[in-house]
Design a protein around this ligand. Sequence first.
Ligand code: SF4
Ligand code: SF4
Ligand code: SF4
Ligand code: F3S
Length: 418
Amino acid sequence: MATVRNWQLGRDMEYPYEEHHPARQFAFVFNTNRCIGCQTCTMACKSTWSLSRGQEFMWWNNVETKPYGGYPHNWDLKTLALVEEANPGGQRWSENGEDQKKFEGQTIFEAAGKVAGQGQERVLGYLPTDDEWRYPNIYEDTAKGPKGRRDAIDGEGATLPEHKTWFFYLQRICNHCSYPACVAACPRNAIYKRPEDGIVLIDQKRCRGYRKCVEACPYKKPMYRSTTRTSEKCIGCYPRVEGKDPLSGGQPMETRCMSACVGKIRMQGLVDIDANTGDWKEDQESPLYHLVKNEKIALPLYPQFGTEPNGYYIPPRWVPRPYLHQMFGPGVDAAIDNYVRPSRKTMAILQLFRVTQQIIFKYKIEEGPKIFETEVNGETLEIFDDTVIGFDEDGNEITRVTVEEPFHIREGIYANSI
Ligand code: SF4
Ligand code: SF4
Ligand code: SF4
Ligand code: F3S
């Protein structure tokens, strides 16, 4: 095993291959607070990439209702149980410096070979059963109620910050990880990470269907296809990212699942990576950099698994914190505080979600007048009607929106015009 730097863990870790980083990395932010569970993203992906024979049970994008839902069922609970079995009581985060946390436990690479019966040498994982793949939206809209019940509502009611009866939607695609478990596990070297954008792909000509990638990926995003006897996965809609879609005029375009999102919860980007450290290069004009690095309101999903996933989530603000700490790591409280009382910049950037199909590389704010003031958690929140402008890769303006949405009144002449 080589030693590599994982900035999400605040430490070095073991990985089967030496450190190599792409020039740019496919990354995205999902705002769980806004998702309406409509599955438009799911169908946008399905209808584009996985409608053929043998792909019937394949959902590269899925949206599951937490805490009970999961595709495949219990994917996260099973991997959490495995690493706990490998390192009982040791899967903890600790303080490391002023605001940086360090993961003291073992990743799926470090815990490999430590659980009897889980034979992989390089990655600790498991192969889901056919039955676990069968119900992609199991327990949709099922809330967690009083202890031990999933069909009841807590009669007392509750107010924020935490509800006693709760669920939330978790949107999931391949994380195009910096240290992919699928790449680490494949004995055929059939999976690769593209140097130009960090998208992780399975070479269909090399794959022989060993399914070690399915077993190793903690997010269970490679899926086996019986008709071709190979595995397939989310391809990051790479032709669109490359600017090949005729609609984009050659400019990098967001993926199908991102651009179809009705709830406007998704923002995608290509972030510049430091070749030496693997960390994001500082870029104060990038909206993703601001959300993930400056304000830290968007957090990786199960960073403790160690793959350094490149999907980031704004956590749901009404969910009990211990559950969120386990899922998104120790930054949850600060992330929710920064989201419910957003800074002026964050408020402006949140307006950029889903306003154009092109990838927004840079943003700029033109300040407007103060339009509202209130109190959140005992502190003042001021809202300004700023204008936020998005730019493409070449610096051309591609979108311009205001914090306060314009109000349009239809003239009477158009009433009853159907
Ligand atoms: Fe591989 Fe899974 Fe990471 Fe995707 S999410 S890159 S399939 S390890
Ligand atoms: Fe599907 Fe493209 Fe979204 Fe991947 S990025 S889940 S391939 S729509
Ligand atoms: Fe949620 Fe957007 Fe998908 Fe609808 S399209 S389920 S709002 S992520
Ligand atoms: Fe490798 Fe997965 Fe194919 S382990 S051989 S890419 S099924």
